[in-house]
Ligand binder design. Structure first.
Ligand code: 5GP
Length: 115
């Protein structure tokens, strides 16, 4: 399963991005259209299109994705006030880029329900 979304191009360095975090399994970068004072996208390097495409074999990868987000939130000073983690899935979920990504949003009060 090899992806060719805009995020795959970012991973390959073909499109520039503002790096926030990088390791062998994950990459995190600033969202180009931030919806909060802090808006980071954390992506696995493995190209899973949607969260619903993940399988039991991806259990560690999915857990690691959330743990990385927590670490990044802490590093960015969001841990005390809190933050929101979002995964949009498919058309009704509002997913725009079909390479699994976790939104980390913080720096302002969030409301509920989401739009
Ligand atoms: P989705 O709606 O798929 O959950 O979120 C996709 C996110 O990717 C959006 O928040 C959008 O602003 C962001 N995005 C789309 N294209 C680019 C890009 O080229 N660079 C960066 N940094 N973010 C992008």
């Amino acid at each position: 399963m090899s992806g060719d979304t805009i995020f795959d191009k970012i991973l390959r360095g073909e499109i520039p991005s503002k790096e926030i975090y990088s390791d062998a399994e994950y990459y995190a970068f600033a969202d180009i259209r931030p919806q909060a004072p802090t808006h980071v996208l954390i992506i696995p390097r493995k190209p899973i299109p949607k969260v619903s495409d993940a399988t039991d074999a991806d259990r560690m990868l999915l857990g690691g994705l959330i743990l990385r987000a927590n670490e990044i939130a802490k590093q960015l000073g969001l841990a005390e006030e809190g933050y929101r983690l979002v995964i949009n899935c498919g058309h009704h979920g509002g997913q725009e880029v079909y390479h699994l990504h976790l939104h980390l949003l913080g720096g302002r009060q969030m409301s509920w329900p989401p739009g």
